[in-house]
Each structure stands twice: as C-alpha cells, then as structure tokens.
Design a protein around this ligand. Structure first.
Ligand SMILES: [Zn+2]
Ligand SMILES: [Zn+2]
Length: 269
C-alpha cells in the first residue's frame, strides 16, 4: 500500500495538454493521471502570449473548483531566453508587477506557483509581490549567478523547477544559481525523475544534500514526451535525443524508481 502521488509540475497527459481549450481533453489528461495514482495535481501552463495564457488560466478554474486539480502553476513567461528549454524564447518577458497582478486576479486565487528566472530585471520585486499574495515562487529556466540567486531566495523563493534541467551546471570556479540552490538548506527540489532527464548519481547527490526534499516535492511528467510533441512538434527518438518520446513513462514506474532505485519510501508507505 502506498499513498497517492502529489504532482506539482505537469503539463498534461495521455496525449492531452492542460493548455487545451477543450475541457474534455483536460479531463482526459487528468483521468490518465488519476488512473496511475496521482491524487493531488497541480496543472502547469507554459509560456504563451499573455491573452492566451489568461484564457488558459480561466479554462482551468472549473477544474480547481470541482476539486480535480489543486491549483495552477505558471511556468513562464518570466524565464531566461538563455535557458528557455521547450519554451518559445520570443514569448519570454521581464516581470512587470501590474501584469503579474492581472494574471493572479484572472486565476482567482488558484495560481499556486510561478516559476521565475531571478536574474531578470524586476524579478526580485515580482517575487516579493507573489509571496505577499501567498503564491509559491519557484526558480528555474535561469542562467543566474549565485549572487543573483541568493537575494531571490531571501525574497521568498522556496523551490526550484526541474533541478539540473534548464539551469547552469554546478561549477567549482563560477558560483552559479545551481551552486546557490544546492547549498541553501531551505530550498525544495523538484525533479523530472524518469531516469533520463536526471541521471541516477545526480539524484543521489541531491538526496545527500537535501534529504527532506524528496518526500514532499518529487515531480515527474507523465507522458510528457508525447505532450511536448503535441505542443511544439518536436521529434523524439529513444536514442540520441534530449527528450524521450515514451508514453510508458508514468507516475507509478517513477514512484517505483524513487522507492527501489534509491531506497526511499513514499510518505505513508
Ligand atoms: Zn514544465
Ligand atoms: Zn521547464
């Protein structure tokens, strides 16, 4: 017997995206996650033009109100173009307080997390504003130095979006945001724990650095390869590709991976 999974970063599943304007498609994505053991789901939205993002937020609100999702995560548009990953670099923006207030208002209190690159002009004020509105701030898709990251953590950022991915490497000569995150005892780490995006030894390192993070905040994108393919029309192969288009990546195997691969038990197990 294991407890249900809490997924704090996911864009869809079963071939459907949480950005989809068709509520039946969103419901199918949620049903796929539930069938694989996810009992608490945050729905993540990627970088989009602001008006489209607002309509995507509005479309998700009924799912929050009926209890199907626990909240909304905005992964962008306040990200670094140097580490944009799958986000369209042309749509990335510098954080502006009025704009953020509008997005939060459209979300009617249901935007629970926003990912921000702390080196962007205006990022610190944005982090303080979000914290004052009780929104969790994640750092990610960032090329920041440690000097830029520390004030963001002091301002209230508490979690990192897919640690190691879309971030500079841990460096022994230049203090990067990755260095800053690893040495800060108050940061929670979210990982794409599929054995592909982060190799086993990197997870082991993280578990030694932050042994308490894994229980409350381990993340894995169910069917993410397929969903990304739908969104961005990228091609995937199982070899030599950055992303593995593999619909067999599901929560339960990921749960097994953390349980058996690292000797860690899920909470309640
Ligand atoms: Zn994402
Ligand atoms: Zn990302």
């Amino acid at each position: 017997m294991i407890s249900g999974f809490t997924d704090i970063h996911c864009h869809g599943g079963g071939g459907f995206s949480f950005s989809d304007p068709n509520p039946q498609h969103v419901a199918k994505a949620l049903a796929m996650h539930r069938s694989h053991g996810t009992t608490t789901q945050i729905a993540s939205l990627v970088t989009e033009p602001l008006d489209l993002l607002k309509s995507q937020i509005e479309n998700l609100i009924p799912f929050v109100l009926d209890g199907s999702i626990a909240g909304i995560h905005l992964e962008g548009p306040y990200l670094s173009s140097a580490k944009c990953g799958a986000h369209n670099p042309k749509l990335l923006r510098e954080p502006k307080l009025d704009e953020i207030k509008e997005l939060i208002e459209v979300g009617q209190g249901h935007i629970r997390m926003v990912t921000i690159a702390p080196e962007l002009p205006g990022a610190l004020a944005a982090i303080k504003l979000l914290r004052s509105l009780d929104v969790t701030v994640a750092l990610g898709h960032s090329n920041a130095t440690a000097e830029e990251a520390h004030p963001a953590i002091a301002a209230g950022a508490t979690i990192v979006t897919h640690m190691f991915n879309a971030l500079p490497k841990l460096d022994h000569r230049i203090a990067t945001i990755t260095n800053a995150l690893l040495i800060n005892p108050d940061i929670y780490f979210e990982l794409v724990l599929d054995g592909v995006h982060v190799i086993h030894s990197a997870v082991e390192l993280l578990l030694k650095v932050a042994p308490r993070s894994n229980h409350s905040h381990h993340g894995c994108n169910v069917g993410c390869g397929r969903q990304r393919w739908r969104l961005f029309n990228w091609r995937f192969t199982s070899q030599g590709s950055r992303w593995r288009r593999d619909p067999s990546i599901k929560w339960f195997p990921c749960g097994k991976y953390i349980n058996h691969g690292f000797g860690i038990q899920s909470p309640g197990q």
